[in-house]
Design a binder for this molecule. Structure first.
Ligand code: GAL
Length: 675
């Protein structure tokens, strides 16, 4: 397997983070000290200029890049590379004062005042003109510096704008999408309901909070449009940069499972995927292991957007944030553990927000490598320097990837449709949690599933789980059928195949689009439970699963029944089925049970696919990265107590010791075994 190293200039893993020297331009002594301390902390790259518009262009047309050029040069001379951001994430006051259209309009039709950040109108021509000017100058003045290795587009793109320009653009988008055929739109949006018929595209408004929110097709198209328009804005910034410096790769920092944009539609425009990782460590509603494994899932979502290539953890905190409900410090050992987790899951970078704490404003108490005390003799600084040392040792891992033959289908359109659907229990839909729970159960078996969209090529996988796939994209059913017919092991659950991509219900029985035949069942009804309601499933192997939240009543056509309901008026009817297609199997689990209870089915699917599992002690994560020179096994002990792990052989790159058969990992300890 070929290595895909992201930055040959660095030649290893990236260590660094957001650096805001523009907040310290009157303190050259501090800027000097920063470079010394960065070297001490093993920092080899910083992200510059994320919010520097007002410093670059304090008045319209009056540009100053010289201060930043000096900083980039100084860092470069000291072996520190730059990720250069475009400054479009926050606008100077003069810009909003002069070009009011740059400010967003909210979902009640009220225009924002100037302030905050991440809140521009993606459509405004004036705003785009201003961005084009500054991005071009940025590329010309700074992008040509040899220290600049990556562009970072804007910051955490997201949000919606309901201004008249966006409304008009939405109407044009719809006209093109529906090929100027308003009858087709009316049919697909089922507007004969409640007299919601449109005569022209210009009558359509987005789903204003105080307007039309009862047409599912409209709500979905507005979300798709918002992604399309944001993507269009991002591409516009990329085009400007590429016209000056075509060889510098680009990224933008995603926000994990943020639901406002379909990141998969944006990924192809980026050279590398990056994301900002801020778990709520040590909270009081879940175990630390659970927090860690939720993070692992997020990493997998990012990794899977560009398979075969490392991603970047663009931001994380070295200690605490200032915006969680409770801002708790990372306990000793957790910093290293979380850094190694990112690498284990396929990241080639560990980056922080931020290098140095500012003195004032909103983020003055957000964690940073250097605190207000300004010293390198602090717990956090030592933790970061220790991580820096370790990342240097792990340099050979850079460019290797996590590869897997198992995938979980997790679809953005499906997410949006489930959020919006008026059905089930409004508080128990839990699409994300259901997907994450199943993914984590596979992780406990040592399997790092890819997380893919329902329209993606499944030919590289042998095991696919598609939970609650309520909405089917065109082609999804064919994709699943081809997968099973090729010998794949597929598992679907209750609430599969109810609607097409316009959210129109399939007629003739669920799951639609030919999936009834694939699974050999028809789902006739779905029962939603109150939180205290329970049912059970008696499995053929003698085990009993507990049912919560949802239970579908099935009519079995030609599938084998593996489990039946134990209670209620559908007692004895099928709850778990399997239909074989040659070597392929299509499992259907008609009710919500815990992922742990489904584990034997997962194990059977993996065994039938010839994939071996690796069972580890409770609370230990296991990930493997591989490349042409071999592979690296990562073991992360998320427990506070030491654990013994058997069946480990090779050189531990953390301790530089050879491990034979068994090792003991201390609480929060990590090992990286080179094979
Ligand atoms: C991120 C953002 C950073 C910083 C950080 C604080 O969402 O990109 O600029 O605000 O949060 O946690």
């Amino acid at each position: 397997m070929e290595k895909k190293i992201l930055f040959p200039q660095i030649g290893g893993l990236v260590h660094g983070g957001d650096y805001n020297p523009d907040q310290w331009l009157d303190r050259p002594d501090i800027l000097e000290e920063d470079v010394r301390m960065m070297k001490k902390a093993g920092v080899n790259c910083v992200t510059l200029g994320v919010f520097s518009w007002a410093a670059y262009e304090p008045e319209e047309g009056n540009f100053h890049f010289e201060w930043m050029e000096k900083i980039i040069e100084k860092l470069y001379q000291n072996g520190i590379y730059t990720i250069l951001s475009t400054p479009s994430g926050a606008r100077p006051a003069w810009l909003d004062g002069r070009y009011i259209e740059a400010m967003r309009v909210d979902s009640r039709g009220v225009r924002d005042h100037h302030g905050k950040r991440h809140n521009h109108c993606m459509t405004s021509e004036r705003f785009r003109e201003k961005v084009a000017v500054i991005d071009r100058m940025l590329a010309e003045h700074l992008g040509t510096h040899p220290g600049v290795i990556l562009y970072h587009i804007s910051n955490e793109l997201g949000g919606e704008c309901f201004c008249p320009r966006c409304v008009q653009k939405f109407q044009m988008y719809l006209a093109e999408r529906y090929e100027y055929d308003i009858d087709r739109l009316n049919a697909e949006w089922w507007t004969s309901f409640w007299s919601h018929h449109y005569n022209t595209f210009s009558e359509i408004e987005p789903p204003f909070e105080n307007g039309e929110t009862s047409v599912m097709g409209l709500n979905m198209e507005w979300k798709r449009f918002t992604t399309w328009n944001m993507n269009n804005f991002m591409q516009f910034e990329i085009d400007v940069l590429r016209s000056v410096t075509p060889d510098i790769p680009v990224t933008t920092n995603f926000m994990g499972l943020f639901g406002g944009l379909d990141y998969r539609k944006m990924a192809p425009k980026l050279d590398v995927i990056s994301w900002d990782n801020y778990p709520c460590y040590h909270n009081d509603w879940e175990t630390f292991t659970e927090t860690m494994s939720d993070t692992a899932f997020n990493h997998a979502v990012m990794r899977s957007m560009k398979r075969g290539k490392p991603f970047m953890m663009m931001e994380s905190t070295p200690s605490l944030v200032n915006w969680h409900k409770v801002n708790k410090l990372k306990r000793p050992g957790v910093h290293k553990l979380s850094c190694v987790q990112a690498v284990a899951c396929g990241s080639d970078s560990v980056q922080y927000f931020q290098w140095r704490k500012g003195r004032g404003s909103y983020e003055q108490f957000h964690g940073a490598v250097v605190d207000h005390a300004g010293t390198d003799d602090s717990r956090v600084f030592r933790d970061v320097a220790e991580a820096g040392e370790l990342l240097k040792k792990l340099a050979p891992v850079a460019g290797t990837t996590v590869s897997t033959r198992a995938a979980l289908l997790f679809d953005w359109d499906n997410r949006w449709a489930i959020w919006d659907v008026k059905a089930l229990g409004q508080e128990t839909k839990k699409y994300e949690r259901t997907c994450i729970g199943i993914w984590q159960e596979f992780m406990k078996l040592g399997i790092d599933m890819d997380v893919v969209g329902s329209d993606e090529d499944l030919s590289r996988y042998d095991v696919v789980v598609a939970p609650m796939l309520y909405l089917l994209q065109p082609g999804t059913a064919d994709n699943l059928r081809a997968f099973v017919e090729r010998g794949g092991q597929l598992l679907a659950t209750y609430f599969t195949g109810y609607v097409d991509d316009a959210q129109l219900c399939y007629l003739g029985g669920f799951p639609g689009d030919g999936l009834k035949e694939l699974f050999g069942i028809v789902s006739e009804e779905i029962d939603s439970y109150y939180p205290s309601d329970r049912n059970g499933i008696a499995m053929k192997d003698g085990s009993r699963w507990e049912v919560v939240d949802y239970a579908e009543i099935l009519k079995v056509q030609d599938a084998e029944v593996l489990g039946t309901y134990t209670d209620d008026f559908y007692q004895g009817s099928a709850a778990v089925t399997c239909k074989s297609h040659g070597k392929g199997n299509a499992y259907y689990v008609a009710a919500r049970t815990s992922a742990g209870e489904m584990r034997p089915l997962f194990e059977k699917m993996l065994a039938d696919a010839g994939i071996s599992v690796r069972k580890l002690p409770e609370g230990v994560e296991y990930h493997v990265r591989s490349g042409e020179e071999g592979s690296y096994e990562f073991y992360l002990n998320c427990n506070t107590e030491p654990v013994k792990i058997a069946g480990v052989n090779g050189l531990d790159m953390v301790t530089d010791r050879e491990v034979r058969e068994e090792m003991t990992l201390p609480g929060y300890g990590v090992a990286v075994i080179r094979q």
